[in-house]
Design a protein around this ligand. Structure first.
Ligand code: ACO
Length: 352
């Protein structure tokens, strides 16, 4: 059975840097509050009318393909993870295919959600296809444009200061090399907390999960008039909401738990990890996980200070940076771990 290795990594972040001080022009916040609670110093925002999730994803993918030494038409499958797609449908996978100039229609394009866990979920899918022998080369992209959908008023500050835009990509290939590639991946979900970190509107729910459907402004029973209600727009109900402390508590428990699972599945110990790349949710979460696991600073990679939380893009951006910075070498044991909205979480352990 072949194993799945990461053959090339790539990333793209917009040029437009938005500092904490820049945000204070829109909302009542401060550089001190944001740094202290999240570790974030700045983030990148797309240039409007020029960049989008699929466009950033394409740039990251081009870098990953070039680093892997693979042409777009050699790919068997595209997997695109995002919660902020260019269109409601079709998904970004086909846009990426078009923008990469891949005219081969023998290729599949899968779009996945899974929010902050999107990249690890995508890895688990790619690994299953490759290990089964069905596909040899898969492009996995995580990309997000948060800046288009955040509330820049003081009301939205607890969420808005955290997120940034960007994209990361990897080319996953089959390998017969001994002791190389993905050793174990585990994914999890607990839908009982779905609304604790969510962007609920617009959607097709029609208020069905609420005790008070009218709270969404669904006064009309006419079809086609309720996807976005005037009330949603007027009351800012179209923005993400987050129960920050609840998310924090769950994240710091689930990260070590699932990292432990992939270590046990591979017969390895936390001391064996050369580099842990956690989803960049919040620097305080990553530091908590590091401390709980007793890992040294040089075993952990963080870059949230520069980019904020880029959801599905955060692991591949961080991994690509670590690789480009010479931090990952052949034979290293790399652990990728994520937790996010859903809740969903997961981890993957791989021998570089
Ligand atoms: N600037 C200034 N003040 C703020 C801001 C802001 N940006 N946001 C909230 N506040 C205020 C609140 O209004 C509140 O004021 P009050 O005491 O007068 O009512 C005060 O700060 C404390 O608010 P809390 O929400 O209790 O702040 P907390 O200490 O929990 O920090 C935070 C908020 C940073 C979101 C924290 O809960 C957290 O890190 N949660 C984890 C969530 C996370 O990381 N999410 C990332 C996305 S999910 C993921 O990727 C897994």
């Amino acid at each position: 059975m072949p194993a799945t290795c990461i053959k090339g990594t790539g990333y793209y972040v917009p040029e437009n840097i938005v500092t904490n001080a820049d945000l204070t022009r829109h909302m009542d916040t401060s550089d001190e509050w944001i740094r202290e609670r999240t570790g974030i110093e700045e983030r990148r925002y797309c240039t409007k009318h020029k960049e989008s999730t699929s466009i950033m994803g394409t740039k990251a993918a081009e870098m990953a393909l070039s680093n892997a030494g693979i042409r777009g038409d050699e790919l068997d499958l595209i997997i695109f993870a995002t919660l902020s797609p260019d269109y409601y449908f079709p998904g970004c996978g086909v846009l990426l295919q078009r923008q990469l100039g891949i005219t081969n229609t023998g290729i599949g394009a899968i779009d996945i959600r899974n929010q902050c866990s999107g990249f690890v979920y995508g890895l688990s899918i790619a690994d299953a296809y490759i290990r089964s022998g069905m596909y040899k080369n898969i492009l996995l992209v995580g990309a997000e444009t948060h800046s288009m959908g955040l509330d820049f008023s003081t009301e939205g500050r607890n969420v808005t200061v955290i997120f940034g835009d960007g994209a990361g990509a990897v080319v996953l290939s089959a390998t017969d090399e001994e002791n190389r590639g993905i050793l174990a991946t585990r994914i999890h979900a607990d839908g009982s907390h779905a609304e604790e970190l969510a962007m609920i509107n617009p959607g097709s729910h029609g208020g069905v999960h609420s005790e008070d459907p009218a709270a969404y402004g669904y006064e009309s029973s006419e079809y086609g008039k309720t996807f976005i209600s005037p009330k949603m727009l007027a009351e800012g109900m179209i923005y993400p909401n987050m129960n920050g402390q609840f998310v924090f508590k769950n994240a710091v428990a689930r990260f070590p738990e699932v990292i432990g699972e992939v270590l046990v599945a591979s017969g390895l110990k936390k001391e064996d990890i050369d580099l842990l790349v956690c989803h960049q949710a919040n620097l305080r979460i990553s530091q908590f996980v590091q401390k709980r696991m007793g890992l040294r600073d040089d075993q952990v990679w963080n870059n949230i200070q520069k980019y904020g939380n880029t959801t599905a893009a955060s692991i591949p951006i961080a991994l690509a940076e670590a690789v480009a910075g010479g931090k990952v070498n052949k034979g290293d044991l790399v652990c990728l771990a994520a937790f996010g909205s859903g809740f969903t979480w997961g981890a993957s352990l791989l021998r570089w």
